[in-house]
Design a binder for this molecule. Structure first.
Ligand SMILES: CC(C)(COP(=O)(O)OP(=O)(O)OC[C@H]1O[C@@H](n2cnc3c(N)ncnc32)[C@H](O)[C@@H]1OP(=O)(O)O)[C@@H](O)C(=O)NCCC(=O)NCCS
Length: 248
């Protein structure tokens, strides 16, 4: 029964206050610099020949990203899983800026003038495993999604140095990205991805080096560096997509 227990020795006070600051230490997941290795921006040309920039997303840009995602939280986007992926990504970006997700990292793909075209995010379970969260393109048919997905894998393996990449896929178009990069499957339900307990599709560092990265390069999906300083500057501030071009 609650309320019956008294300490067996006298206590000097009857109440103790807890400061919000002390509580926050228990609730928050402040980013560990070990995983926040800055992604060196790169250039890539879309299928149509437009130059785009892939760069890290800044926390100050979360508002633009959230306002963009908010539009997708609507039944009218119950097509190709934009609604479901939109709402999940919204919560992850919000948790990222409010320190309620462990070691998360996000990349944006922008036009040369800073228009948001695609977004990817992932997080680090530990030094060994990176968890893929979401990939979304706001302009389709340009291969932006599959290129952006590869960029976050690159961040996890080549910048942070994990040994495994754990993804799952909610949509057929998402699954096709994993299929094209020859992900393997962990036993299910023994292994469950944190996105809804679904199957874990993974690639190892060795698979990345020997199969996936060479394939990306051969298919012009890897991009090039450096990004000229003046061009990179023009991608700030991040602007919302002029329109959502997500109907095929
Ligand atoms: C998954 C996602 C990121 C993939 O992006 P993408 O690789 O750029 O691909 P798109 O969605 O633009 O689809 C283009 C593909 O559709 C197909 N397609 C169908 N009809 C088409 C048409 N009329 N014109 C062009 N392509 C068409 C083609 O196969 C084309 O790919 P290809 O040129 O490589 O063969 C993107 O679809 C998305 O954001 N989806 C919603 C969120 C989501 O499901 N995320 C993944 C969660 S696991």
């Amino acid at each position: 029964m609650f309320g019956m227990g008294q300490p067996k020795v006298p206590i000097s006070v009857t109440d103790l206050k807890f400061s919000i600051e002390d509580i926050e230490d228990y609730l928050s997941a402040p980013p560990n610099p070990r995983f926040q290795v800055p992604y060196t921006p790169k250039l890539w040309k879309t299928k149509e020949g437009e130059t785009v920039v892939v760069r890290e997303a800044k926390k100050e840009e979360a508002e633009v990203i959230l306002d963009t995602l908010k539009q997708l939280i609507d039944h009218k986007y119950d097509k190709d899983f934009y609604h479901l992926v939109g709402v999940r990504t919204y919560s992850e970006i919000l948790a990222w800026v409010q320190n309620r997700i462990k070691d998360s990292y996000a990349l944006v793909v922008t036009s040369e003038s800073g228009e948001l075209l695609a977004l990817v995010n992932h997080r680090f379970w530990d030094e060994n495993v990176a968890i893929s969260l979401h990939t979304m393109t706001f302009r389709r048919k340009s291969n932006l999604g599959i290129m952006a997905y590869a960029s976050k894998i690159e961040h996890a393996f080549d910048f942070v140095g994990v040994n495994e990449w754990w993804a799952t896929f909610e949509s057929p178009f998402g699954f096709r990205m994993g299929f094209r990069y020859v992900h393997q499957t962990k036993q299910w339900p023994q292994y469950q991805h944190e996105l809804g307990g679904s199957r874990v599709y993974y690639i190892t560092k060795e698979m990345w080096e020997t199969t996936v990265k060479p394939k990306l390069k051969a298919r012009d999906l890897f991009g090039t560096r450096p990004v000229p300083e003046d061009l990179l500057k023009k991608t700030y501030p991040l602007r919302p997509p002029e329109k959502l071009e997500i109907e095929l």
